[in-house]
Design a protein around this ligand. Sequence first.
Ligand SMILES: Nc1nc2c(ncn2[C@@H]2O[C@H](COP(=O)(O)OP(=O)(O)OP(=O)(O)O)[C@@H](O)[C@H]2O)c(=O)[nH]1
Ligand code: SF4
Ligand SMILES: [Mg+2]
Length: 414
Amino acid sequence: MQGTPNANRKHIVLLGRRNAGKSSLMNAIVGQDVSIVSDIKGTTTDPITKPMEFLPFGPVVFVDTAGLDDEGSLGSLRVERTMKVLERTDFALYVMDAGEAAGKNGQEEFDALKTLEASLKRFRIPYLLVFNKIDLVEGNALLELRSKYPEAAFVTTRERSDIHQFKDLLLRHLSQDESEETLLGDLVPSGGTVVMVVPIDSEAPKGRIILPQVQLIRDCLDHGIKSYVVRDTELQEALGDLRRVDLVVTDSQAFQRVSQLVPESIPLTSFSILFARYKGDIGAFARGAEAVAALEDGSRVLISESCTHNHSHEDIGRVKIPKLLRRHTGKDLLFEFKTGHDLPRDLSAYDLVIHCGSCMLNRKTMESRIALCEEVETPITNYGVVLALVTGILERSLAVFSQDAMHQKTEPIV
Ligand SMILES: Nc1nc2c(ncn2[C@@H]2O[C@H](COP(=O)(O)OP(=O)(O)OP(=O)(O)O)[C@@H](O)[C@H]2O)c(=O)[nH]1
Ligand code: SF4
Ligand SMILES: [Mg+2]
């Protein structure tokens, strides 16, 4: 799992006020000095990431952040950076100095947590309150804290045994919050059969198949699903060979050709639709696609692309989608483009947001972005779904998801 990209790792973020011991705790958890520790407030200035295998849970990335109470103009920029990290946070550790919490200004500590709670709620981030530096608190005051916050963790980064126990507790929390994420393990029963169609044309990279296809094969193996990989030219023969096929997944470019070969009784979808569901919320994206019909002359459409360097996508976002959407709607649409990590602040100014496939982002980031759009009632969809819409294949490629699965990925189709 060494090569697991950060986009596929659970992001566990350490938050709290300056000097609470966030960096000390991160170093203790990962067993390395990755983040600088000092008694000077504001030592950590930028988010520090450390990917690791957190067994038996799996691949995670820990993120240490700057203190939330940082001051001055530079300080508030740092706080802004920390808050930005929330967008991609799957689980937060809120670190509080137990000595401060039990002291005469303790209320300040809890007020700071209360302020942050609104943001944690907004992005639906579960969190664990961690009282650190318990070695500095005398017995009775510590007992009082423990009885007031029975769900919290109590540690000192000075004690190795505390950290071991803390890691076990964290693992239990992570496993609790874990809903299984799968590309198609919930669509096809174990023992079922999937045929993948991978055209080998001039666009296919020489000598290999691309990562989404590899990931789908792995997902089938994980779920005991038999997968067959064929070119479009051998598809008909393959369908004849197999007694039963539960699902056909094709490259979108070949969808129309493939849909003529696959009988209506066999569900058919595309790699990009499966990934739109895996990396976001296919129900929200499908609703976003419905909003295309309501676009008018002068409607503002934001095209959001996460990487600034990906030239092969430039054509899709900047040229192909605007051209196809103008033709599909017959309207004079106004397109704006945004590349990079942030969405514009005022999303209510747009009639539709079309996001890239977000392969370099974790699922949480897309969920946060969808939530931000929903807050201001701006529909959001993605490249794969829009391309399926304008080429007339959306309906069939979504039919594999039952109504329930459009909102929650649970219902098997067979
Ligand atoms: N007594 C005691 N001191 C601790 C403990 N954990 C951390 N410290 C000390 O607290 C100070 C601050 O620790 P850091 O880990 O740098 O705190 P931080 O939250 O990362 O601080 P910033 O990066 O400034 O926001 C350092 O002097 C640490 O040695 C602990 O469990 N007990
Ligand atoms: S689809 Fe992936 S590679 Fe392309 S811009 Fe989005 S995140 Fe980057
Ligand atoms: Mg620090």
